[in-house]
Each structure stands twice: as C-alpha cells, then as structure tokens.
Design a protein around this ligand. Structure first.
Ligand code: ADP
Length: 270
C-alpha cells in the first residue's frame, strides 16, 4: 500500500541488535480507529447501567415483602433508567453532529435569547442546590446557526457549572461582542479541573471523577457535544480552570452581520 510508511530504527537489546519497523498510520486508518474506539466506549458505557437495571430488578423481586427495600430499589431503578435514557439521547445527538460538517439551514439568532433559554433549563437544579445563576447585561449580538443545538451547547456548560459547584456558590454567564466575534462565557466557583486533565475534558466519555460524575448523572459526553456544536458553527471553545477556585468556559462564534435598516426604520434581515 503506497499510503503506508514505515520508519526503521536499529536498537540494541542486551548483546543483540534488532531492527524496529514502525508503521506511520494513515489518516483513514486513524479515523477508523477513532470510530472503533467510540463504539467500544459506547458498549462499555451502556453495559454498566444495563447490568444495574437487571440486578436491581432481581433484587426488587426478592425484596417483595419489605416495603422499605422495595422503595429503595425502585428509586435506584428510576435513577439508572434515567441515566440510560440520557446516555442514549446524547449518543444520538453526538453521532448526528458528527455526521454533518456544516449546518443545513442556519438561522439568524439572538444570542441573548439563546443564553436565556439555556439558563432557564438549569434554574430548577440550581435552586435546589442554592446556586445563583447571574446573567450579565444584554449584548444585542446575533449569530447564524441552529437554535436548538446552540441552546444545548450553552445549557451543557451551565449545567456542568452548577453540577461541579458547591451549594451556595455563584455561576456567572456573560455575552460580549469582540470585533466580529461573539463570546459566551460561563464561570463557576466550583471544584475546578487539574491541569493534567484539562486537555481531556472535551473527549467523549472522559470524566475527571467517575464516581462524582455518576452521582450527578454525568455521561462524559456533554463537553464533546458542546465542542462539536461550536465547531459546526465555525467557532471554538476554550477553558480556564484552577482546582479549588473554579472554571471558565468560553465559546467564540462568528458574529452575524447587522440587519440593514430601511427607510421606514423597520429592519430587514440579510
Ligand atoms: P459529564 O456528563 O461527566 O459532566 P462532560 O463531558 O460535560 O461530562 O464533562 C467531562 C468532565 O469534565 C466531567 O466529568 C468533569 O469531571 C469535568 N468538568 C466539566 N465541566 C466542569 C466544571 N465546570 N467544573 C469542574 N469540572 C468540570
């Protein structure tokens, strides 16, 4: 195969010399591997909650005479099946996103409204944890994109900020226009991310603390969905974080041009 390359190296092993042939992997080979890894990861991630559901159903059957036990197992069954549902939903979302490089029919969207909708979805959980979500002043910024996907992306950041914060703390959200770029920042005062993990948080299924993430219902897919959405919109995402102090995630998107104002003062979109 002409597209395969080998590197040759001579190495000493004790008293002998050996010839090492190292294969340079081609791009298509690498993509294949990424796909295989993804399927392997999905299978692994699904096996645990499915096994739990099976075991819990058995336990439930055996505990039939003890109402307290029944309630406990039933609650855990609800939790596990909710997790399975979320996992399935996120896997579907992610594979849809990966299948298309660009957006089919982008719309002109008010970023302040996207942010407000994303924050609304986190209010109940935040209030239960006594966490304040503070949204900065309106930016008046517009972008072209898919409203549902952008709401999912911002919501995932806000929900992480809430999940990885202590009760009573504050989550801040801001939208800024910078030249032709719209910046959405989500800042928390939570547990933060160690430097050694920070480059990995956007990987599928990566979780710093599996136990904690499982407890909060995390799947490890949230940030990879955010990254794909943002990239499909021609933007990028960055993170700043310090363990014990908190994290700031910044989404940057190309700003949509201002609509022209006609004689009558009404605006017409481009
Ligand atoms: P999860 O569903 O586990 O939250 P994500 O892909 O959204 O998955 O995030 C991956 C991991 O990155 C999380 O499990 C968590 O360890 C870490 N993480 C994400 N956001 C934050 C944050 N705001 N503060 C601290 N850690 C975070």
């Amino acid at each position: 195969d002409a597209s395969l390359h080998y590197r040759v190296r001579l190495a000493r092993l004790g008293t002998r010399y050996v010839l090492i042939l190292a294969e340079d992997r081609t791009e298509s080979f690498r993509l294949d591997e990424v796909r295989r890894d993804f399927v392997a990861n999905i299978s692994h991630e699904l096996k645990t909650p499915i096994a739990s559901v099976g075991l819990l159903a058995e336990a439930l059957d055996q505990a039939a005479d003890e109402p307290a036990q029944v309630r406990r197992f039933a609650n855990r069954l609800t939790t596990e099946s909710a997790r399975l549902g979320r996992l399935t939903q996120e896997i579907i979302e992610l594979s849809r996103l990966q299948a298309k490089d660009a957006l089919a029919t982008p719309e002109r969207l008010n970023v302040d409204e996207v942010v407000a909708a994303a924050v609304d979805q986190s209010r109940v959980v935040a209030e239960a944890e006594n966490i304040t979500i503070a949204v900065g002043k309106k930016s008046g910024a517009f972008v072209y994109g898919d409203e549902k996907l952008l709401i999912v992306a911002v919501h995932n950041l806000v929900s992480n900020a809430v999940n990885y914060s202590q009760p009573g703390s504050r989550v801040g959200i801001g939208v800024r226009r910078q030249k032709n770029v719209v910046e959405i920042t989500v800042t928390d005062q939570g547990i933060g991310i160690a430097e050694s993990d920070i480059d990995r948080v956007f990987e599928r299924f990566f979780r710093v603390d599996q136990a904690r993430s499982r407890h909060t219902g995390g799947t490890g897919l949230g940030l990879s969905i955010v990254k794909h959405v943002v990239q499909n919109h021609g933007g990028d995402i960055r993170v700043w974080s310090q363990p014990g102090r908190g994290s700031t995630f910044t989404i940057r998107l190309p700003e949509a041009a201002k609509p022209e104002v006609n004689q009558g003062g009404a605006s017409v979109p481009h």
